[in-house]
Design a protein around this ligand. Structure first.
Ligand code: AMP
Ligand code: MN
Ligand code: MN
Ligand code: MN
Length: 276
């Protein structure tokens, strides 16, 4: 069987639409042999995912995607092959949960001031008790006809600097990278091109990440074109970071992103899975 890695995706434990089991089943159907579940700031889905993965003979890699503060920027750091029981990691998770809860109350308050009531009740009653993300608010805004698409909810209300945006100071990049390392995992910069960094800032960020103990960066994601992959592969080699590959799948409703539908990692890059 050919190996096919997908090392970034979300379940209902954060802002995905599929349960961990449904996600693993879909990955297996798509030919994925090695899957990492990387929910936002939580490891709660990993037990269910592992049970299902064992039944389907798929290798599950324990993962997480941690929101991390670097200067004024929120960076997403994926932790791969982590021990979910590790105390340092669980402390970071607890902190993030608290911050997400407080931020959610503030977002709901801002929406209420704009005449949109009921957001917090909706979010709290979401089907699974997971991490509250802005995507939950986006679902609320769409299902209650305040906007017609998820994108519109970010463009009008939830996106950075928009009317219901609440800025958060996440746990620092350094602390999160160290927590992932303490948990035996490999810290990876998620979707490096999604932060809108100039080349100079990108180098500064990768330098800070590397200094903090970072080991990898995503090169192939569900959206990148060959030119972007070449640029990222060059950065990875320059900063001696391993390369990762992950769809960042959230939902079957998004037809452009699918589990396992990924270009291969460029030959010039060391694959992250060689680090575990
Ligand atoms: P949070 O971590 O709670 O700030 O939520 C971030 C999540 O919202 C991301 O992981 C994406 O899944 C989603 N998201 C962020 N920006 C957008 C956007 N412009 N359009 C659609 N989804 C977005
Ligand atoms: Mn998300
Ligand atoms: Mn992300
Ligand atoms: Mn993600």
């Amino acid at each position: 069987m050919t190996t096919l890695y997908d090392l970034h995706c979300h379940s209902t434990n954060s802002d995905g639409d599929l349960s961990p089991s449904e996600l693993v089943e879909r990955a297996a159907e798509n030919g994925v042999t090695n899957l990492a579940l990387t929910d936002h700031d939580t490891t709660d889905g990993l037990v269910e995912a592992k049970i299902c993965a064992d039944e389907l003979n798929l290798t599950l890699i324990n993962g997480i995607e941690i929101s991390s503060q670097w200067e004024k920027q929120c960076l997403h750091i994926v932790g791969l092959n982590i021990d979910p029981q590790n105390d340092a990691l669980q402390n970071v998770i607890l902190e993030a949960k608290k911050m997400r809860q407080e931020r959610a109350e503030k977002i709901a308050f801002k929406l209420e001031k704009k005449g949109i009531a009921g957001a917090m009740d909706f979010v709290k009653n979401s089907p699974v008790e997971g991490m509250i993300t802005r995507s939950h608010f986006a679902n609320f805004l769409v299902s209650h006809f305040h906007v017609s698409t998820l994108q519109e909810s970010f463009d009008r209300y939830l996106g950075d600097g928009k009317s219901a945006f609440v800025s958060t100071t996440w746990t620092s990049l350094e602390v999160n990278v160290q927590a992932i390392r303490a948990a035996g995992g490999v810290p990876v910069v998620a979707h490096p091109l999604r932060y809108g960094l100039t080349a100079t800032r990108m180098r500064k960020m990768l330098g800070a990440f590397k200094n903090a103990g970072g080991l990898g960066m995503e090169i192939v994601t569900g959206r990148y074109n060959p030119d972007e992959m070449r640029i990222l592969a060059n950065y990875a080699n320059q900063f001696e970071l391993a390369g990762s590959i992950g769809s960042d799948f959230h939902s079957p409703k998004n037809k452009w992103i699918e589990l396992g539908r990924l270009a291969p990692l460029p030959d010039s890059v060391t694959p992250v899975w060689e680090l575990w």
